[in-house]
Design a binder for this molecule. Structure first.
Ligand code: FSX
Ligand code: SF4
Ligand code: F3S
Length: 550
């Protein structure tokens, strides 16, 4: 069971207290309320649970934690040792019982092996630090009997009440799984059949480790998880959105070097490689070393250390994800076209559309057409934006950050800026055509009109990375329509251009953002298949893939 709400959590605690009060198996101790409060706050739990949680910890036998070391650097244990609230000693005396931890416990050799065997007969939770070599298992053998890390993991996992992958190595493979991964190492969830909670980070913060262990010790259920099995309270938000330098990002003020004046004055570190926009973690909030600092505050960008395959997929640590800074080319190519394509005029399409279809029409206007019960053809996509770039830039300039952004853009890209001033008049040009939106991105980067739509797709196809840069399209869906609002997102190409991203990255990101919106809309039509209406030369497997799997 997971995803319990506050009332359900309250009932769990009340039941536990009732049981504990009538039990002979109590372990009475006093708990530091401040430490408990701090953990509960991070977990996003309501204050009325605090007295109950305190009572449970004061009475309950501590949950035993068995911590395994597989392929890693012990940085996760270093992070655990720096736990501040509760302190590490408080943690192991009052909250959990760290019964087995090879680098911290006194037992070693055969005594350690004995201890492990004995623990398997008891109730415990398993914390695993490090990746697992599950194919060529000899890459990690432990102890006098030369048991492989994989064998030990498998044996212990079978008996555990819950399993936590501590760190990026254990969650996703980490450094030893980086290309070419000679040891064929992987994250533990890839080889275990049991559910694994991933707590990535290289290392994760002490808070993300400790609070999750405490949550399970207290409620005996897992916290709410995302699609990668990461606790939502810790990994649910994009790190960049929590960053103290975000206003500088929005105004296009980037450090060019780690030691320049801009960096010292809090400029955004995107241009010197910060991967914050691609990373889901709470570092700006919980920080490290008793909340002293975190990477971006210390002056180095985030390297996406908690993301899957971060060593391989995010390019150089100190460069933005522009093609010039890619050391490996990720192939955006896909061989299979899956979606049916019509390539018809609106009138012909209206007569052809099937009842079990929704058709994304990318001709003059971008529409999502379907037949309702009365056989009427309806458009589900409500989409319109201002396409006069001069007006767009004026609109962006209306707030302080936007004005600074346009100023920075005009200084860094004077010929593109002048092209816009010369080629657009003062008249509003509302458009319903997503290609127009793509073209505006092209003009901002290249300072000329887009002659051929295919050229835009080719730029995206040639992007060397697999992670798009966020475009904050706003999508709201109700029964009648899906409203896609891209009007605020035209500041993104200005930001990315000033931040050193190339047009390949921009084209890929716009297409991905559009694809993501279409996928969400498509999910709404469970009983209908998606089809396309697009000129044949634009109908590529790559484009189709974006509309199905963004
Ligand atoms: Fe090291 Fe942990 Fe990185 Fe890995 O942290 S800090 S290599 S995530 O497993 O010890
Ligand atoms: Fe902060 Fe990095 Fe985002 Fe800039 S790019 S705002 S430094 S997280
Ligand atoms: Fe890692 Fe980035 Fe946080 S590098 S520690 S996820 S700021």
């Amino acid at each position: 069971m997971n995803m319990a709400n506050n009332d359900e959590l309250k009932i769990i605690l009340e039941n536990q207290i009732e049981k504990l009060l009538s039990s002979n198996n109590k372990e009475e101790k006093s708990i530091n309320e401040e430490s408990l409060k701090s953990v509960m706050k991070h977990l996003g739990l309501s204050n009325d649970l605090i007295p109950l949680a305190k009572k449970v910890f004061e009475l309950a036998p501590k949950t035993k934690v068995l911590w395994l070391h597989l392929c890693e650097c012990t940085g996760c244990s270093e992070s655990l040792l720096r736990s501040a609230s509760p302190s590490f000693d408080e943690l192991i005396f009052d909250f959990i019982s760290l019964d087995y931890h090879e680098t911290l416990m006194a037992a070693n050799g055969s005594k350690a092996e004995e201890l492990l065997e004995n623990l398997l007969e008891e109730e415990f939770i398993l914390a695993v630090e490090g990746a697992v070599a599950a194919i060529d298992t000899f890459f990690l053998t432990i102890g006098a009997h030369a048991e492989s890390g994989y064998e030990i993991l498998e044996k212990v996992a079978r008996k555990a009440n819950a399993i936590f992958a501590i760190g990026t190595c254990s969650s996703f493979g980490g450094i030893q799984a980086a290309y070419p991964n000679p040891s064929k190492t992987c994250g533990i969830s890839e080889v275990l059949t049991q559910k694994v909670v991933n707590i990535p980070g290289c290392p994760p913060s002490d808070i993300n480790i400790v609070a999750n262990l405490i949550f399970f010790s207290l409620f005996k259920i897992l916290p709410e998880l995302d699609s990668q099995n990461r606790p939502l309270w810790a990994y649910g938000k994009c790190l960049h959105d929590l960053c103290e330098r975000k206003a500088k990002f929005e105004s296009g003020e980037f450090a060019e070097h780690f030691d320049d004046e801009a960096a010292k004055n809090g400029a955004c570190l995107f241009k010197v490689g910060c991967k914050g926009p691609y990373t889901y973690n709470n570092c700006p909030k919980v920080k490290f070393n008793a909340k002293t600092s975190w990477p971006v505050a210390s002056g180095h960008g985030c390297i996406a250390c908690s993301e899957k395959d971060f060593w391989d997929d995010f390019g150089f640590l100190e460069k933005p994800m522009a093609n010039a800074f890619a050391y490996a080319k990720f192939s955006q190519k896909n061989e299979n076209k899956i979606l049916k394509n019509y390539n018809l005029t609106y009138e012909d399409l209206k007569n052809t559309i099937k009842e079990d279809e929704i058709v994304l029409s990318l001709k003059e206007n971008s529409e999502i057409l379907y037949k309702d019960e009365k056989q009427n053809i309806c458009n589900f996509l409500n989409f319109e934006f201002e396409s006069n770039l001069k007006i767009v830039l004026n609109n962006i300039s209306k707030n302080k950050l936007g004005a600074k952004l346009v100023e920075n853009y005009s200084k860094q890209f004077p010929s593109q800026y002048n092209f816009i001033q010369e080629n657009f008049n003062e008249e509003s040009m509302p458009s319903k055509d997503i290609w127009k939106f793509f073209e505006l991105n092209f003009i901002l980067a290249k300072g000329k009109f887009l002659e051929d739509k295919k050229e835009f797709i080719d730029y995206a196809l040639n992007y060397h990375f697999k992670h798009p840069s966020p475009y904050d399209f706003k999508l709201s869906i109700n029964e009648m329509e899906a409203k896609l609002d891209v009007s605020k997102s035209l500041r993104m190409p200005l930001i990315y251009l000033c931040g050193g991203l190339d047009f390949e990255g921009i084209a890929f990101s716009c297409l991905k953002a559009f694809g993501k919106s279409i996928i969400k809309i498509n999910e709404n039509f469970k009983d209908k298949r998606l089809a396309l209406n697009i000129n044949e030369e634009l109908n590529s497997a790559f484009l189709q893939e974006l509309l199905i799997h963004s």
